[in-house]
Design a protein around this ligand. Sequence first.
Ligand code: CA
Length: 239
Amino acid sequence: MAANILVVEDEPAIQELLAFNLQQAGHHVLSAGSAEQAHFLLREALPDLILLDWMLPGVSGIEFARRLKSESFSKSIPIIMLTARGEEQDKIAGFETGADDYITKPFSPRELMARIKAVLRRRAPQMTGEAVEIGGLRLDPSSHRVSGHNPKGAQEGASAKLIELGPTEFRLLHYLMTHPERVHSRGQLLDQVWGSQVFVEDRTVDVHIRRLRRALEETGLDGLIQTVRGSGYRFSEKG
Ligand code: CA
């Protein structure tokens, strides 16, 4: 279960220790020393999880968590707050901002990895290979199958139709379904679905979105893939 993890921590020693332990566990790590720097990195690519220190210079961890949870592009990224021992009030406030978990410093690498795993399992099922089902569409990564039926048109008990997808459309749909209700720019989709190593143009995304919609048309579920003018694409059950 390798995840892209953004570490936001201003103390270099702790930042390095976190990065080292996360890399040992097979994760990809990006580090930032402040909320401002983290925000800059987030515009490039969205991580699967953020480890966010409470005490940061400038914009505090708590304020940054609040901002991330209020913006559509970032609100579904799980956040684990790092707090100092005994800051019970902070923990309560942390949960109120929408942080998914917290961990008290100093912590053992084993404890940290367990927390990360638990949060990812809960919040990012694409990391665990579990099937996802939204709005009548079902995608199962283990069998590589996609099926669907239009909940509005289909009669009760009607069997789902298998949907044939190419490998890129499959990955694209998987990514969109596991990150629903938020807008993804073409650049973000390229990073997350194609990988940053590959050079492809933004309009490649449009081509694959078009193919994906066409494949979903038969089941009447193509409307789940929405175009957000000037911004990108969104997977949403809400018309
Ligand atoms: Ca700090």
